[in-house]
Design a protein around this ligand. Structure first.
Ligand SMILES: C[S@@+](CC[C@H](N)C(=O)[O-])C[C@H]1O[C@@H](n2cnc3c(N)ncnc32)[C@H](O)[C@@H]1O
Length: 415
């Protein structure tokens, strides 16, 4: 039973729901978030009784949260709870309550709850420290299954160790061996305990498919030898990361395999550089495309002409070498020659640098800027939104087209 529907109640309710409680809120008014949890016509996660508190409300209650902003109401709730021998916490006066809420949080199936002698700030600070230590592996609480031999495919994010997920750090903390790609965040490898073996696959014998076969063989061999293997990759394992080939190889060999998704460079590198990949009124679509094969290559699976005919955002990975040919194909397909382009090299890493360009000058700008992989290339008017001073002409053109469309004088042409 939660009495009150303001922001204090709003903060308490999700934990109660997550614990499986049957939550009833009594309050004449509630915040929009609490109303959302109540849903319409009894379909919500909780029951909202839309009136003031009455002592009989507690007849069936197991636990009461008095969270109104009126001390006399909280006092009445507290007294009614005491009469019925129901534990009651009070948001306004911890001393007067029969129960206290610990500062709590969860990590990987473990609940941490801290009671700091009724010093809520101290409890919260200690709770945060414990959770941080669990998340980054300083405090180990291994599951039984953390020690079972398995391949865990881990996406480490685009480079900045802060963009690795808590799940990625947890997986690394439980590894016997880490098989790392060149683009996997290097700083996280430095945090591995000394007993963890690091296999740098960039150093395995060269040749693209031979290399992949060798990685697959290595993963299977190590698990068969009873080790827990983290296959550590940059970004997300399934975004041009050949991750699923490794999943298939493990399955074929009968080796257990699981996946920890990562923050992909396709979205995060532009975002960190201040470029949104979508923006209201500018781009209603975003395509993430590999540029490792040039347009017209017999093995290419990309319809560059169709991408040229679209007006949404294009995010190109592995495209530095083929960027001039790609720009030409996009313009041939229909993209305007002055379409803004931003190139972010080594995004989120200490060496991050940017080149601003347009489709028609991309080849020269990349050469003049000495751009090297890894780089993400963003094509489209979202780049103009991110740098309005550089691309004022594009924004003015769009605004003029929009005005013409609204007044019915233009066909809404793209470009
Ligand atoms: C083989 S793909 C792997 C992509 C990765 N799985 C992901 O989700 O980010 C490698 C390409 O990703 C892009 N990339 C990855 N990390 C990058 C970074 N920090 N800065 C710029 N581009 C990056 C580059 O285009 C690079 O050539």
């Amino acid at each position: 039973m939660v009495v009150g529907g303001g922001t204090v109640a709003q903060r308490r309710i999700p934990t109660l729901l997550a614990a499986g409680a049957d939550v009833v809120v009594v309050s004449p008014e509630v915040t929009p978030a609490v109303e959302g949890m109540a849903g319409g016509r009894g379909t919500g996660e909780l029951t909202w009784v839309r009136r003031g508190f009455e002592p009989a409300d507690l007849d069936e209650a197991w636990y009461v949260v008095a969270a109104t902003d009126r001390p006399e109401v909280n006092e009445a709730v507290s007294a009614a709870a005491e009469e019925r021998r129901v534990f009651c916490v009070r948001s306004d006066d911890g001393e007067a309550a029969t129960a206290w809420t610990p500062a709590s949080g969860r990590h990987d199936g473990v609940t941490v709850a801290v009671l700091g002698n009724r010093e809520p700030r101290r409890s919260a600070a200690l709770r945060d420290d414990i959770l941080a230590a669990l998340r980054d592996g300083r405090l180990a609480a291994p599951h039984a299954h953390d020690r079972t031999p398995e391949v865990v495919l881990v996406g480490g994010g685009p480079g900045d160790p802060d963009l690795a997920t808590a799940a990625a750090r947890h997986a690394l903390a439980s590894a016997d061996v880490v098989v790392a790609d060149r683009l996997a965040p290097r700083e996280l490898l430095d945090e591995l305990p000394a007993h963890v073996e690091l296999v740098d696959v960039a150093k395995l014998p060269r040749g693209r498919s031979a290399l992949q076969e060798e990685i697959n063989r290595l993963l299977v061999e190590r698990v068969a030898a009873g080790q827990r293997v983290v296959r550590f990759k940059g970004g997300d394992p399934f975004v041009f990361g050949r991750g699923f080939e490794e999943v298939i190889a493990c399955r074929e060999a009968g080796v257990p395999v699981s996946v920890v998704p990562g923050v992909t460079s396709a979205i995060a590198v532009p975002a960190r550089a201040g470029i949104p990949v979508t923006h209201r009124g500018i781009a209603h679509e975003v395509s993430v495309v590999s540029g490792h094969l040039p347009p017209g290559h017999p093995e290419s699976l990309v319809n560059w002409g169709a991408l040229g005919a679209q007006c949404g955002t294009l995010v190109l990975l592995m495209a530095v070498d083929n960027a001039p040919a790609i720009a030409t194909a996009l313009m041939r397909g229909g993209r305007a020659t002055d379409t803004p382009v931003a190139v972010v090299q080594e995004g989120t890493m200490p060496g991050e640098r940017m080149v601003w360009s347009r489709l028609e000058t991309l080849a020269e700008d990349l050469a003049a800027g000495g751009v090297r992989p890894p780089a993400v290339i963003v094509v489209g008017d979202v780049v103009a939104v991110a740098a309005p001073d550089r691309y004022a002409d594009r924004l003015a053109l769009r605004a003029a087209r929009r005005r013409a469309r609204v007044s019915g004088g233009d066909d809404g042409a793209r470009g």
